[in-house]
Design a binder for this molecule. Sequence first.
Ligand code: HSE
Length: 336
Amino acid sequence: MASNKVKIGLMGLGNIGLGTYKTLEMNREAILAATGVDFEITKILERDVDRERDIVVPREKFTQDADDLFKDPEIQIVIGLLGIKNEGDFMLRAMENGKHVVTANKAAIAAQYDELREAAIRNNVMLRYEASVGGGIPILTCLTGALQANQYQEVLGILNGTTNYILTQMTDYDLNYEDVLKDAQAKGFAEPDPTADVEGIDVANKLSILISLVFGERVRPDEIPTTGITGVTKEDIVAAAERGCKIKLIASARKNGDKLEYSVKPTEIPFTHPLAGVSNEFNAVYVTGNAVDELMFYGRGAGPLPTGSAVMGDVIEIGKAIVKNAAYDLVVAGGK
Ligand code: HSE
């Protein structure tokens, strides 16, 4: 198979950026052998050059000027992993400069969903965001690909690793909330500001994206009734167990006639339901489609390598399309 080089600009070399970089480094030869595409991250937008990292990243790749990525004619794909609020604006600039964009930033996608998708279409570039929902679980690709023959009736999700980890540890080991939260931060799945995790905001962002893809309706995250886990006590957990249930932070969206109902809230799930068996930082999405019936997707919803796996999956799809010159029919892949 002929080799084709695809150069990538990476915005952000924090936890997820590093996980993405490592995923490519450890599998680059295998990816080349399987796809015929030789991917290389050539420039990295990152201020913290000297942070201790457990792999060597050549210093000459680092820049502090986003235009070094956007204006580089050799870079075809920009990965957005800055994890900042206005990352959508960076992604818009990348697309205006003709770059395909991949991101894991659910807050940015949920906040600027229409604007970003319109920019992709206008610039005839691909925008992919598989890693934004469910980390390593390829849920968006499945919902919009293999399952696209269905009309969906309901989607239920455990979509935040930090809160599921906290609830699991509180339930199984009788630990207290503060200690478990610190542990989740140390393991790299809590957001730097854990408010978004524990207050359910992160889940509302993910549910907003899921609703767009599953039901074709645009519901902004701030329109989703949202309750986090800060009010869940050990007593609540014990009382739920006495009723044969576990408390999980559940994102749900379902059709009730023509009306779409949605929420994010701590919910009692019977021990017998598959979602009750989803523990620690694992995520799951439980979907009901009118042809396929019930399905559950399960996997690591957070963490550098699982998220890096989903990011690189998107990058590889784009790289294969570039090489086949098929970008025109894959604009905004993974979405209605
Ligand atoms: N903070 C998020 C979580 C990261 O704990 O699930 C993945 O979106």
